[in-house]
Design a protein around this ligand. Sequence first.
Ligand SMILES: NC(=O)c1ccc[n+]([C@@H]2O[C@H](COP(=O)([O-])OP(=O)(O)OC[C@H]3O[C@@H](n4cnc5c(N)ncnc54)[C@H](O)[C@@H]3O)[C@@H](O)[C@H]2O)c1
Length: 340
Amino acid sequence: MRILVTGAAGFMGCDLVDKLIDLGHEVHGVDDLSGGYEENVNPKSVFRKLDLRLKKETEEYISLIKPELIFHLAADASEGRSQFTPINSTERNYLAYLNVLVPAIKNKMKKMVLTSSMSVYGSQKTPFSEDMEMKPEDIYAIGKMAMEKSTHILSRVFHFDYVIIRPHNVFGPRQNLSDPYRNVIAIFINCLLNNKNFYIYGDGEQKRAFSYIDDFTPYIIKAAFDNKVNGETFNIGPVEENTINEIGEIVLSEFFKGKEVPTNLKPKYLPPRPLEVKEAWCTVEKAEKLLGYKTTIPLKEGIGKMIEWAKKKGPVPFKYLEELELSNSTTPPIWKDKLI
Ligand SMILES: NC(=O)c1ccc[n+]([C@@H]2O[C@H](COP(=O)([O-])OP(=O)(O)OC[C@H]3O[C@@H](n4cnc5c(N)ncnc54)[C@H](O)[C@@H]3O)[C@@H](O)[C@H]2O)c1
């Protein structure tokens, strides 16, 4: 099967490409390297550096490859920043997706595996389940909902199969450590590597669920190759939820392993980010039943593995955008004043 993975140089994309290659597939990967790294690209895949916002070039590329199966992971996944970069978020998420999907349909793609997000549930009562309505409350989540709904609508007219995956927060080795806008565990670890304290928004009692990468990739692959789940939507992640304060404590204890945490590295608190939902975690009963999902790597162990990898890699500077599209007094000071 000719497979295309978009976002192939990104954190989740590169792990997926590796596992598909190990299974013996012909894998093409595409990424513009805006958030991913060339070193993540599997040399056994056929890689093209391409910005999927470019409609004509993307159409030519898809017509050349004619993928039968596509895993769409490319994104600007900075949910918290999307209110301050709404155009960038929409172009890199919804529009880039249509730039892939339309020529893929014309070139007889059989199945799309779309990586959405549990942000589509908004601030409804947790645990979120797949039969809940989508009620997005930020620009990133609106984009993901538009991608999901467009997939469903176009599949009814043009008859291709699809499956939608809504991951919880995924973390692990090869995650971008230099992004100051997203991935709380990666940010905390890189702050410590740089001998700086990290910051927590609000009171830190926000609840989230975190998956180690090895507990994510096998299920997106299972969903792709199991035709019994065509047309289904799955939450993927652990049943256990944690507060950001707990995540901070685990990162510190795993980073310093039994040693005293230096006082200058204790976390500091900032006002909450605008529109950040207090609780976001899901039930995974459907994935357990239909995909055989189970959590195998406990949070502490996963964070320990990621810290081990990050310490080998060493500290990296945080990379900020040249400017935000919109800014006001609610813009987090970390971004405005480059606090980390
Ligand atoms: N990591 C998580 O916790 C999480 C949770 C829920 C959903 N997701 C979704 O999973 C997918 C993968 O996330 P990730 O954590 O691996 O992010 P990532 O940033 O590591 O990977 C995304 C990749 O897309 C690429 N990209 C961005 N814009 C592009 C464009 N215009 N053209 C080509 N490539 C482009 C980036 O360079 C990057 O390598 C995303 O769709 C994200 O929204 C991630």
